[in-house]
Structures are given as structure tokens and as C-alpha cells.
Design a binder for this molecule. Structure first.
Ligand code: ZN
Length: 199
């Protein structure tokens, strides 16, 4: 709770979960990224997706797909709880919605993406999502490390052919401000505020 109060979002002790999340959302909506953190524009967009999920009662993780010009072409959030589906992590939904959209024709070659696309997530992708992203040929960036489940920092544990494929992509933590990193981290753990999720 103290970490939430320390955010520049005017969160007070005793604020209900919904109020906390709305205060974070309001902060993100008016947040103006500084030029010195070149990925904050994507961190803000991914965090807005994360807080959207959290406000729906889901897990606070969001993701955006960026084209080679730096434009966000599609966004998604985790919806496992909302949709009662085990696989609906933010990145999986992002990539599935993208592949099923009209954008696919322009940006895809059979099932692989044309070079220059980047998946930017609020938190480091898990093993399932990291493998899916690598299979598409997209690069991977994220705002905050996944302390328990992040696969990028555990890339050496992949089978050799999967590791080889992953190493062909640009895979890195984004250039994000401390406040965006803190919000990503706290939204990732926002399920602890009310113990949402399966028992
Ligand atoms: Zn995942």
C-alpha cells in the first residue's frame, strides 16, 4: 500500500481498490512523456491497457504492437478472469487480434510478421507469451521486469533452437521512466489488493 501512496497519483490510505485504480488511470491519461525516456509513450499506452483490465476485475497487464515507424497499431490487455480463459494473456490477445484484423495483410507474410514490429508489454512476457512473440518474428520490449515469471531474463533456459530464434530478435527492457516502471509493477501486482483470480 505504501508503494501506491508514494506514486504521484494522490492515492490515500483507505482508498477502495476502484478509487486507487481510477487515480492511476487519471494520472496516465494526463501523463506527458519526457523526451529523455523514449519508450514512455508505449509504457503509458500499455499501462492504460493494464489499468483497463484491472478496472474490469482482471489482471493488470497490457500490451501494444508498434510498427517500424513507431506507431501503435493495436492494443490489448489480459482478460483471463474476464473471459474465463487460461490463455488470454495481454500479448496472446494482442497477437491474435492483430492476426485476425485487416492489418494482417499489410504486415504479415503467411504466419510470420514482416520485420520492424515490436510487442511492448507493461511487464516482462511470461514463457508462453515470449515463445508466441518469437514465433511471429516480432521484437520484444517491456516496461518492468517480471520478478517471478519473466522469460526474457531466463532466455538461457529455453531449448537451444528456441533460444536461437529468440536471439535473432531485438529483446530488451524499454527505456522508461521510474514512474512508468513503478506503475507497471504495481498494476502487475494489483490482484493482491482484493485477491482476485482463482482460489
Ligand atoms: Zn504471458
Amino acid at each position: 500500500m505504501q508503494k501506491l501512496i508514494d506514486l504521484p497519483c494522490n492515492i490515500k490510505p483507505g482508498d477502495p481498490v476502484k478509487v486507487i485504480l481510477h487515480k492511476i488511470k487519471d494520472y496516465l491519461v494526463t501523463f506527458i512523456p519526457e523526451a529523455r525516456y523514449e519508450d514512455d509513450i508505449y509504457a503509458r499506452a500499455a499501462n492504460l491497457q493494464a489499468v483497463k483490465s484491472a478496472l474490469e476485475g482482471g489482471y493488470g497487464i497490457g500490451s501494444v504492437l508498434i510498427d517500424s515507424n513507431g506507431k501503435i497499431i493495436i492494443s490489448a490487455h489480459n482478460s483471463q478472469i474476464q473471459e474465463h480463459r487460461s490463455y488470454l494473456h495481454a500479448e496472446i490477445t494482442l497477437l491474435t487480434n492483430f492476426e485476425e484484423s485487416r492489418l494482417a495483410k499489410k504486415y504479415m507474410n503467411i504466419y510470420v510478421y514482416k520485420p520492424g514490429l515490436t510487442v511492448f508489454s507493461s511487464a516482462e512476457p511470461c514463457p508462453m507469451c515470449f515463445i508466441r512473440i518469437n514465433t511471429t518474428g516480432a521484437d520484444t520490449k517491456y516496461c518492468t521486469p517480471g520478478p517471478d515469471d519473466g522469460m526474457v531474463s531466463r532466455i538461457d533456459y529455453l531449448p537451444s533452437s528456441w533460444k536461437e530464434m529468440a536471439m535473432k530478435r531485438n529483446v530488451s527492457i524499454g527505456d522508461c521512466s521510474p514512474v512508468m516502471q513503478k506503475i507497471s509493477h504495481l498494476l502487475f501486482y494489483s490482484f493482491l489488493l482484493d485477491n482476485r483470480g482463482p482460489r
